[in-house]
Design a protein around this ligand. Structure first.
Ligand SMILES: Cc1cc2nc3c(=O)[nH]c(=O)nc-3n(C[C@H](O)[C@H](O)[C@H](O)COP(=O)(O)O)c2cc1C
Length: 178
């Protein structure tokens, strides 16, 4: 099972998430690459594609790569200024799924990514202001350890990571079973 992590990142948030994802994948036969240097997805069984949201969609470099994913399994991950669970967050992920050229989506994960002050100011001066701007203050410090735990759950759900073993003592087995 050959696995590839590809990411696009302008400010470093998605790169941080991608490196954590790569670390969490138990598969030994795995590669990681920024999108500009990424190999063709067709040589892999599973490709995890990471992007950041720009104008409500995956950033342009990631869009190009998503369009190359014609077969196999894909796990999508992303960072955004929008709040987790918000409409803006869902729309960006849906847009990414629609760009895939035939690959099967086995799971998705996204979380907030800190937005630089300068970007916030530019967005605040727009009329109308983008819908994600009101949530962007709460993106400070993300992605963080709590996001990485949520990522772990998403990877397990997608079948890329085994379920964590139950804590010892919780399950009665052998001589102790009744
Ligand atoms: C030009 C620009 C446009 C952005 N547009 C959106 C957007 O439409 N929706 C959103 O939720 N966040 C938006 N953001 C915030 C980024 O998606 C967020 O900060 C992300 O974590 C950046 O990832 P990176 O550090 O990997 O580049 C925008 C940021 C920039 C710089």
């Amino acid at each position: 099972m050959k696995q590839l992590v590809v990411y696009s990142s302008q400010g470093g948030n998605t790169k941080k998430l991608a490196e954590e994802l790569f670390k969490q994948l138990p598969e030994e036969n795995k590669d990681i690459a920024p999108v500009a240097e990424a190999p063709d997805p067709s040589g892999y069984d599973v490709v995890c594609v990471g992007f950041w949201y720009k104008g409500g969609e995956p950033d342009p470099a990631a869009q190009q790569y998503l369009k190359k994913c014609k077969s196999g399994k894909v796990f999508l991950f992303a960072t955004h200024g929008a709040a987790p669970g918000s409409n803006a967050a869902a729309l960006g992920m849906n847009a990414a799924m629609e760009m895939l050229a035939g690959a099967t989506v086995i799971g998705t994960f996204s979380c907030q990514g800190e937005v630089p002050e300068k970007v916030l100011q530019t967005a605040a001066n727009k009329d109308p202001q983008p819908p994600w701007l009101k949530d962007a203050a709460s993106a400070k410090g993300h992605p963080n350890g709590s996001d990485f735990m949520d990522l772990s759950e998403a990877l397990t759900k997608a079948g890329l990571k085994p379920k964590p073993a139950p804590p010892k003592g919780d399950v009665l087995t052998g001589d102790h079973a009744m």
